[in-house]
Design a binder for this molecule. Sequence first.
Ligand code: ATP
Ligand code: MG
Length: 427
Amino acid sequence: MARKIQAIRGMNDILPDQSSVWLYLEKTVADVVKSYGYQQIRFPIVENTDLFKRGVGETTDIVEKEMYTFEDRNGESLTLRPEGTASCVRAADQAGLLFNQVQRLWYTGPMFRYERPQKGRYRQFHQIGVESFGMASADIDAELIILSAKLWQQLGLLEQVELQLNTIGLASEREAFKASLVDYLTEFKEELDEDSQRRLTTNPLRILDSKDAKTQDVLKNAPSLDDFIGEESRAHFDRLQAILTANGVPFVINNRLVRGLDYYGKTVFEWVTSHLGAQATVCAGGRYDGLVEQLGGKATPAVGFAMGVERLILLLETLNLVPEEAQYRTDVFIISLGEEAEIASTVLAEQIRKANPELVVLRHCGGGNFKNQMKKADRSNARYTLIMGQDEVDQSICQMKDMKTGEQIAIALVNLPEHLVTSLKNI
Ligand code: ATP
Ligand code: MG
């Protein structure tokens, strides 16, 4: 036998028994974002490598070590998108959607990062992103956070996640802080972990994120970003907090929160959970007023966030929060015996589907004896099985078996679609 080809490590198939949870999550998100006036945008999975180098930042983890980059047949360097924001900006700007306009956009789809696969961390994973453009004041930052809180509420997750909030100020404020941080950390260079030593010269803010205990010890007495935040950033942050408080959205201020991507300024936030171990962040975002210009567009204020779909699904499953209606189920299973009954049952199936499009109606295809077909009906977990044979065809009826009680009755075909709908409604 030929050797079977396996999926690529860290890239998962989403199998039929999992896809109903995905559909449930996607539908819930689509309904919530729509109610806030966000419209969907779709862009390619592959972009020019430069888009991410410039958009995400040369010294970020993503660009330094996580991108799937390859040359196409023309020798052009292309990259599988590691995140959506840069592509969203590219697409919206290219279509002229950002010029002196307000936009509320969202997207969903796979992202690719060459990371070490583990629970909640994969090489192909999915994000749902929500981005807004053309609005500079804190009420849009608040709108996005309130929208995400609404989503947690719809999913039953609100009590399971915590909102962490910080302001990382303007670029000039971050520069001053960076210089002071580097001064301080250089003194203790030998005590820092290897990554952090390297970041002293490439991306010192990321050192604040280090998980290394010794590095965290050194950081205890480091200068605080908070002391470098100017009046404008402070006012923006205060306003955001006031709106969240007025809307009953609790938050925790985390002065160490800086986010791994280059494009953020002022507001940054993360929704974290204690149920998923180290992969604690289920949603992350912030303000990125500089990005559109950095990618060649006209300076445009922007705020957005991205959720990790796999982590949200893990969370829903871990906490048993997937509602029963979201699971796949078969309502009606139809079996038939004999050639005429087979044809008649296909017509019956269509009539039932037409009368109630919400019902899941499964017809056994391919014939077989009564016993075998009944076994399949049992296995389908259907609520009702309809049985048609030659006698039923002759009398224009069918047998309807209640699979829970075992009770079986004969019903005239003309009455059947209606009868089924009321029977299923009365369960
Ligand atoms: P982390 O610190 O966990 O690596 P990140 O800062 O790299 O996250 P972002 O780029 O902000 O993550 O992406 C937003 C969200 O996408 C994350 O909060 C997380 O839920 C999800 N995510 C990021 N990387 C992965 C991955 N490799 N596998 C699964 N989900 C991921
Ligand atoms: Mg990461």
